[in-house]
Design a protein around this ligand. Structure first.
Ligand SMILES: Nc1ncnc2c1ncn2[C@@H]1O[C@H](COP(=O)(O)OP(=O)(O)OP(=O)(O)O)[C@@H](O)[C@H]1O
Ligand SMILES: [Mg+2]
Length: 240
């Protein structure tokens, strides 16, 4: 395993058995993600994007194949190690933000630290995470008092407050208008560069590819070689 590799997936399959019917959601995925990379995976509905992220995040397990994270096969983890991996190594961002409505913005962020049993300077660090995502003044607001873009910023702060090595984002701009979606994509890219956090973003939203280091296309449970498209940032760099 090379030192700059964060995740290496080999031959990953995930099959769901629904009685008589078998759904092959992932069909032999091979993937190497570098440390600090911003990878975007595009694919149509049902292509296996969420299943792939769930397996990478340790909340589902492949039927076949291996997932190595910094050289460790997470399939060999005992339950305690796996829950440590889920809590400390990985941060999640979702389409519908998944904030707790009865907690303020700063309390929503702090909850991630509480769950990770990492309560040192909890409120201070949570406020700093809100500063980082550009909403320092919204700490005491409830989710219902925030716009969609602001709620997603709280969710990003919640994902990053634990300083995870990997952020997994499932349609992070899917519930936002185009302009707000662009701002959230730019923010994630900015945080990826500032914190050197590895981002894996799955989406239908083609505009998010503009901030990617690399774009892959998932079709029917595997990567499609044909449709690879270079992100705009790379093209601009070439033109300079
Ligand atoms: N827990 C499950 N039980 C049974 N089938 C499942 C389960 N999770 C996913 N699937 C099936 O696996 C396939 C891939 O689903 P997945 O949710 O990964 O797709 P997706 O690319 O994330 O789609 P979308 O863009 O709509 O979110 C689908 O056919 C889906 O019905
Ligand atoms: Mg999905």
């Amino acid at each position: 395993m090379k030192e700059d590799v964060m995740i290496e997936v080999k031959g990953m399959e995930r099959t769901f058995n629904l009685g008589e019917v078998e759904v092959k959601a992932l069909r032999g995925i091979d993937l190497v993600v570098k440390k600090g990379e911003f990878l975007v995976i595009l694919g149509p509905s049902g292509s296996g994007k969420s299943t792939l992220l769930n397996c990478l995040g340790g909340i589902d397990s492949p039927t076949n194949g291996t997932i190595n994270v910094e050289g460790e096969d997470i399939g060999n983890y005992k339950e305690k190690q796996l829950s440590g991996y889920r809590r400390n190594k990985v941060g999640w961002i979702f389409q519908f933000f998944n904030l707790i409505p009865s907690l303020t913005a700063v309390e929503n962020v702090a909850l991630a630290l509480e769950m990770a049993h990492d309560k040192r300077d909890m409120m201070k660090r949570s406020q700093e995470a809100l500063d980082l995502v550009g909403i320092p003044d919204k700490a005491n607001m409830f989710p219902s008092q925030l716009s969609g873009g602001e709620q997603q910023r709280v969710a990003i702060a919640r994902a990053l407050v634990k300083k995870p090595d990997i952020v997994l984002a499932d349609e992070p701009t899917g519930n936002l208008d185009w302009v707000t979606g662009q701002k959230i994509a730019d923010l994630m890219r900015d945080l990826n560069q500032k914190e050197q956090t590895t981002f894996i973003v799955v989406s239908h939203d083609i505009s998010i590819t503009e901030v990617a280091d690399r774009v892959l296309y998932l079709m029917d449970g595997n990567f499609s070689q044909k449709q690879h498209r270079e992100p705009r940032s790379k093209k601009v760099m070439k033109e300079c």
